[in-house]
Design a protein around this ligand. Structure first.
Ligand code: MG
Length: 148
């Protein structure tokens, strides 16, 4: 099963001290989530931070959000297991509809949702909101764990 991952509002959040600086902070349980997700799924990025098949910018933003140290290195080695994707106008252009998938995103664009509807795969979208619920990754692990 493929798992497409958004970044902002999904893995990184605006909140707490980060809100004051206008910066991003890691969602709670980010590293356990990435370990769990990359062990279990074929993970691919689906984020406006990279639509050109290059994930350097993504990995840099996580390093900034986490700050220097072992945690950032551990997270980076997990991020390296997530494949970049290419798309032009909206995220769902990068989705391979011939393969079963899940898509974790706090706010998919209308065009992407329309594409999911066309393909009868709306249930593949897993809403998440770590801006409002900093520990929402934990809930997602439970929900997806039940789906098997
Ligand atoms: Mg987002």
């Amino acid at each position: 099963m493929r798992l497409y991952l958004d970044v902002d509002g999904t893995l990184l959040r605006r909140g707490g001290h980060a809100r004051l600086r206008g910066d991003l902070a890691p969602a709670l349980n980010l590293r356990p989530f990435l370990q769990w997700a990359t062990d279990r799924y074929d993970c691919a990025w689906l984020t406006s931070r990279n639509r050109d098949g290059n994930d350097d910018a993504i990995r840099t933003i996580f390093r900034h959000a986490i700050g220097p140290g072992d945690e950032a290195d551990a997270v980076d080695s997990l991020l390296a297991r997530i494949r970049p994707t290419r798309w032009d106008e909206y995220k769902a252009q990068a989705i391979d509809f011939t393969t079963p998938f899940l898509w974790l995103d706090d706010a998919p664009e209308e065009e992407s949702l329309a594409r999911l509807t066309q393909h009868g795969t709306m249930a593949s979208w897993v809403p998440i909101a770590v801006d409002q619920q900093p520990d929402d990754l934990r809930r997602v692990m439970k929900v997806l764990g039940k789906r098997g």
